[in-house]
Design a protein around this ligand. Structure first.
Ligand code: GAL
Length: 413
């Protein structure tokens, strides 16, 4: 349903300047790890350089679950933040609540439609208006490894799940933790969707986690996905419950663990710690075809005041700006959302991401990450993750998990 929306005008800055309104923004985000904080600082700096006053509202917690709870509380209290890190179908869900501002004037003045791939632009639209600004493309289905640990144990990056399991057993026998993992629901879901993509294939993944096709959710292949999750449960250390994702990345950095399956925000951690790809750490896509994308974006909430509206216009303009898209993504581990930013200064992992994104786009295997809120609405993705995490943290059989998965999805519709 179309709601009354505040319109953020591209001319707001100039108009605001005339009435001496200076751009203000309170920005809610969950970028608090080393690499994330370095990245968001780029936006903060550009905002300040352009006369803006930034009020930071970081809500710690990888994957953003805590940030989204904080957002709901603020909106219910009638005091929405100016700008919010928000992505995927949650953007449209908030739009339907009638609380998002229309940033079409900025988007049109800056020609976003010409520089963003259609698949990304689609996530930024609510009905016929632009309602979010994209900062990047993160890939989720990555495996990261400590280069020395693999070399000294005679292990190559695995290209199949069987190879992964064989490598993990060898590492375990050598006293190394095979898989650095943090036992938080969103991290379980992150590993699960990478395994699911590998075992189900791109079409199977799409049927299961985009179309919610019951036959696929209940299939023998899905049983095999849970079998692999059970095997992987045996490869994590006993202290995994509750561990933050960046602490798991640190275990790979310091050689305590060999691998981590995590989106390329993990690369932001390696880089922030001064580690080099190909030398200190290795990156490869997890076994199987396809590419799971996770596009971070910001939505502007309906707020009163010329200064805040000027802040929204300035933020939207900067976020999609060419310089920001480059510098931010060099720090964040992702690649630019814009198609016209040179990757010359980016590393080999970013080049791989960009090449495989293009190849999977033409091959029909470019897919939204369910674990990072790109594929499904909150009720459905939450129902799936509940089953994934309760299977991982119990002795539930794969058959039982598949039955629970199908029932949970059916109940959430
Ligand atoms: C993702 C988000 C990334 C990264 C990660 C860990 O959902 O898209 O930008 O921050 O969570 O916090």
């Amino acid at each position: 349903m179309k709601k009354i929306l505040t319109t953020v005008s591209a001319g707001a800055l100039f108009i605001a300047g005339a009435v001496h309104a200076e751009p203000q923004a309170e920005v809610l985000h969950w970028w608090t790890s080393g690499g994330e904080a370095k990245s968001v600082a780029v936006l903060q700096q550009e905002f300040a350089d352009n006369g803006g006053t930034w009020t930071d509202m970081p809500v710690a917690g990888g994957g953003g679950d805590a940030a989204m709870q904080a957002l709901r509380a603020r909106v219910l209290a009638g005091n929405a933040p100016t700008a919010v890190q928000l992505k995927g179908p949650a953007i449209q869900e908030w739009y339907e609540e009638g609380v998002l501002a229309d940033i079409s004037a900025v988007a049109e003045a800056q020609g976003w439609a010409d520089v963003l791939p259609a698949s990304i632009a689609g996530h930024m639209k609510c009905e016929d208006i632009w309602c979010a600004a994209p900062v990047n493309v993160h890939r989720v289905d990555w495996i990261w490894a400590n280069a020395d640990v693999l070399e000294s144990n005679g292990i190559a990056m695995p290209t199949s799940w069987d190879e992964f399991n064989a490598a993990a057993e060898k590492l375990q026998a050598a006293g190394i933790i095979p898989l650095a993992h943090g036992g938080q629901a969103w991290q379980d879901a992150t590993v699960f969707e990478a395994v699911a993509l590998g075992i189900l294939g791109a079409d199977g993944y799409r049927k299961a986690f985009v179309d919610l096709d019951m036959d696929t959710l209940k299939s023998d292949d899905m049983v095999a996905v849970f079998d692999q999750m059970r095997t992987m449960r045996g490869f994590v250390d006993p202290n995994f419950p509750g561990r933050d994702w960046n602490l798991a990345t640190a275990m790979v950095m310091n050689g305590e663990a060999a691998f981590q399956i995590m989106g390329d925000w993990a690369k932001g951690e390696f880089l922030a710690a001064g580690k080099a790809p190909g030398e200190d750490f290795l990156c490869a896509s997890t076994p199987g075809e396809g590419f799971l994308y996770n596009v971070d974006s910001f939505a502007m909430f309906e707020v009163a005041g010329a200064d805040k509206q000027a802040g929204q216009a300035l933020l939207a303009e900067l976020i999609v700006g060419k310089n920001f898209q480059k510098v931010f993504n060099l720090n964040k581990g992702s690649i630019p959302a814009r198609t016209d930013v040179s990757l010359a200064d980016f590393d080999s992992c970013a080049a791989l991401s960009s090449d495989e994104m293009a190849a999977s786009n033409s091959g029909g295997s470019l897919l939204p990450s369910y674990a990072h809120g790109m594929a499904l609405r909150g009720a459905q993705s939450g129902a799936i993750t509940d089953v994934v995490t309760s299977h991982f943290n119990s002795d539930m059989s794969s058959q039982e998990a598949v039955e629970q998965l199908a029932a949970a999805v059916a109940n959430s519709l």
